[in-house]
Design a protein around this ligand. Structure first.
Ligand SMILES: [Zn+2]
Ligand SMILES: [Zn+2]
Length: 329
């Protein structure tokens, strides 16, 4: 049996309970209030969203810099960094744990990647596994390893207010075209117990003779909501969906000191409730209803059990993304 918090910690929790319990009660009240606010805000955003001209791309190519699974010679990590290239330019989407762990620097150097090669950086949401590590999240400052930086000041498209060291921070407030012919869904909200009200944007592109390609970071707003927003933004058929969906059903990634952080934070539920197979079934139904031809799963926030279920149950060509690999749409 796997515990979300190792029994080693239980005596500590018992002793600290006079402090923890009142904190949990207050936190839970904010969590419930934020839940209502997130649902209402997302609904308003969808009601206001209108289809807009997303350029037709000859191709879209994704090279994975950071992912949980990795090709030989690359380091896997519980973070995300995706390099997108199109016939109109290129963009880096997220920077994993940045310089606080070896994956990004090592994998980027193996691929010969630096930010000189892209027009912009886009951050899906302000979590450590996407914006450059725990210090970056704490200080709300996107942080990229020095080795990767470009002397040129480039835009960093953010879904919420934050700084980005060495970049021109640009707040994305609604669906819009970013760069390289790739668009953002605009921020979509989710109430998370520990992290509070969280805004996340997903990427959207349109590839000639294929259709729409959608990529998420952690997928906190839920794939149902993200795909519903995409449907409001374009009538084109969905070709591919990829990225994090956050389904640590049987275990989290990157557990530390006997604590399964992913199973307790970022789930959209209070920490005493589990993400269960029924939640995953709802996501599978939502994806199947949108009917993509291809699905590219991220193992960074989704357990092997959930990945296996999606591989078996989705009616699409489905594979798990790997650091070091390139995918062409
Ligand atoms: Zn994540
Ligand atoms: Zn996250």
């Amino acid at each position: 049996m796997s515990f979300r918090i190792s029994p080693v910690w239980w005596p500590v929790l018992a002793v600290a309970s006079p402090v923890i319990i009142p904190w949990v009660l207050v936190r839970n009240r904010h969590f419930q209030e934020d839940r209502t606010r997130a649902t209402e805000t997302n609904q308003d955003r969808m009601d206001w969203a209108e289809p807009f001209e997303i350029p037709e791309l000859d191709f879209l190519e994704l090279t994975v810099l950071v992912e949980w699974k990795a090709e030989e010679g690359f380091i896997g990590d519980a973070g995300v960094s995706y390099l997108f290239k199109t016939d109109l330019g290129s963009m880096l989407f997220d920077v994993g744990f940045g310089a606080t762990r070896p994956a990004l620097t090592h994998n980027a150097s193996r691929l010969g990647f630096t930010l000189d090669q892209v027009e912009a950086l886009t951050i899906s949401h302000l979590h450590s596994d996407h914006m450059g590590g725990i210090p970056a999240q704490r200080s709300r400052q996107v942080t990229v390893p020095d080795e990767l930086m470009s002397p040129e000041l480039k835009p960093c498209f953010l879904p919420d207010r934050a700084e980005a060291k060495g970049f021109k921070a640009e707040l994305v407030e609604r669906p819009q075209l970013l760069t390289a012919g790739i668009a953002s869904t605009g921020p979509l909200a989710r109430s998370l117990f520990l992290f509070g009200y969280t805004e996340e944007q997903a990427l959207l592109a349109r590839v000639k003779d294929k259709g729409l390609v959608v990529f998420t970071g952690c997928g906190h707003p839920t794939i149902d909501v993200i795909l519903e927003m995409v449907r409001r933004l374009s009538n084109e058929p969905l070709y591919a969906v990829g990225g994090g969906l956050h389904f640590p059903v049987t275990g989290g990634r990157g557990n530390r000191a006997g604590i399964q952080f992913q199973m307790m934070i970022g789930t959209g539920k209070p920490p005493w409730q589990w993400i269960i197979d029924e939640d995953l079934s709802r996501a599978i139904t939502a994806i199947s209803r949108a009917n993509p031809k291809r699905v590219y799963l991220s193992g960074h926030d989704t357990c092997d059990h959930a990945l296996d279920r999606m591989m078996r149950e989705l009616n699409a060509e489905t594979e798990v993304l790997k650091a070091g690999a390139t995918y062409r749409f």
